[in-house]
Design a protein around this ligand. Structure first.
Ligand code: SF4
Length: 413
């Protein structure tokens, strides 16, 4: 039998796959998820689209698509199912299950221990054979997955299928010696997982998050320039050994699934134009690839908000975690059109006096006094893919209170 030394860990045999989706388990999970996150008020308002309260002081309109997406639903279901299938075993999760503080609190209350982040209570190095570890919907880096497997951990993988599609694309680029230019946030869990897929196939990547960064890369593609300056500017956002002189000759664009479609299209248009300028239009195919990897749920929420923003509204409330990429983009869309407040929950509303809301541009909370206009108002509401309906309900109830009405009166209208 092979011995195990600190230098050469011997991979443990893969644990047997366990079916968490047993009908009896899923029935219990469904019931528990409903009690934690469902809202009758939101369901009824969704069915009506918009409602004006009887005193005429407030109309609330919900975007057609908002809140939990299929990937989040699935990941929460699997985490809850794991808790039920292994009621007495220690259960771990790599990091935040989704970008929503309340949902993460709920996960911790169920005794699921975090292996990273502000609520970390265990370390991945201390795990051993048979320990159960949940991979969140964003997925994880290849090296972390390998580490868990080498330790013989039982992995509950909730990686969303749409994220896997991006991975597939990036792996294909790497196999074809095409460098991935990933439009996303380098520190976001999903983008870290995606970029690791390029490295796993001996490929290269660079992450761009803004048009300014895209233009720097484009300029280098066209004119070359100061390599050290470029690498310094993108520190932490490219693969080890990335050499812009070599690795920007043939590039493929991919994106984090939750980016803004218009921005991702503009990023790929600029990079394509740079490649064509450098190598000639006739050589585009030899030097450039593109594949749209924005997920359906993100797209649906952006499309629904776009439609809602064409209607007369006095203000927009965007509800969701401040580190949620897809929610940030919804807030960004609103800001261009009308007063928009990005809040994580009802506690950010200080009655009529003020509202604390997230300014994603300077990454700070801002306080706006007298935020609710007087007289009859129309308020639009949307929420990111990681925001449960019960948090939306809290906000609606508070708005109704501020207009001296109740949910019963409101829904009766
Ligand atoms: S936002 Fe999109 S990629 Fe992310 S979990 Fe939801 S469906 Fe999947």
């Amino acid at each position: 039998m092979a011995s195990e030394t600190p230098d050469q860990p011997v991979a443990k045999p893969k644990p047997k796959r366990i079916n968490l989706r047993r009908p009896d388990i899923m029935e219990q999970v469904k019931a528990q998820v409903i009690t934690h996150y469902r809202s009758d008020l939101v369901d009824r308002l969704r069915a009506k689209g918009e409602v004006t309260c009887p005193n005429g002081q407030i109309t609330i309109k919900l975007a057609k698509e908002f809140g939990f997406c299929y990937g989040v639903d699935r990941c929460i279901d699997l985490a809850y199912a794991a808790r039920k299938v292994f009621p007495d075993k220690p259960l771990y999760i790599l990091g935040e299950i989704i970008h929503n503080p309340e949902v993460n609190d709920q996960i911790r209350e169920m005794g699921i221990q975090f292996l990273s982040g502000p609520h970390q209570s265990a370390d991945i190095d201390d795990l051993s054979e048979g320990d159960i570890v949940i991979i969140p919907a964003f997925g994880t880096e290849v090296t972390i997955r390998e580490k868990l497997e080498a330790k013989g951990c039982q992995v509950v993988d909730t990686t969303c299928g749409d994220v896997r599609m991006v991975w597939k694309r990036v792996r294909t680029y790497a196999k074809q010696e095409v460098t991935s230019i990933i439009h996303g946030k380098a520190s976001h869990e999903e983008t870290m997982a995606t970029s690791s897929q390029a490295i796993a196939k001996n490929g290269h990547y660079i992450v761009v998050s803004t048009f300014e960064e895209t233009d720097l890369v484009c300029d280098y593609i066209i004119n070359g320039g100061n390599k050290e300056a470029l690498l310094k500017r993108f520190d932490g956002c490219y693969s080890e050994g990335f050499d812009p002189d070599t690795h920007l000759r043939t590039v493929g664009v991919a994106n984090q699934t939750t980016m803004m479609r218009g921005e991702t299209e503009e990023v790929q248009r600029r990079i394509k134009a740079a490649i064509q300028k450098r190598y000639g239009t006739e050589n585009t195919d030899a030097h450039f690839r593109f594949f749209d990897t924005i997920c359906g749920a993100t797209q649906d929420r952006q499309d629904a908000l776009k439609v809602m923003l064409q209607e007369p509204l006095d203000l927009l409330l965007v509800i969701g975690g401040y580190n949620s990429s897809n929610t940030s983009h919804l807030a960004e869309m609103g800001e261009h059109v009308l007063p928009t407040y990005f809040i994580k929950n009802v506690q950010e509303i200080n009655g009529l006096q003020s509202i604390s809301h997230w300014n994603q541009h300077n990454q700070q909370l801002e306080e706006t006094p007298h935020w609710l206009p007087e007289g009859p108002i129309r308020v639009g509401i949307t929420a990111g893919a990681s925001c449960p309906n019960n948090l939306i309900e809290d906000v609606i109830n508070h708005l109704l209170e501020l207009r001296n009405t109740s949910a019963e009166e409101f829904l009766a209208n």
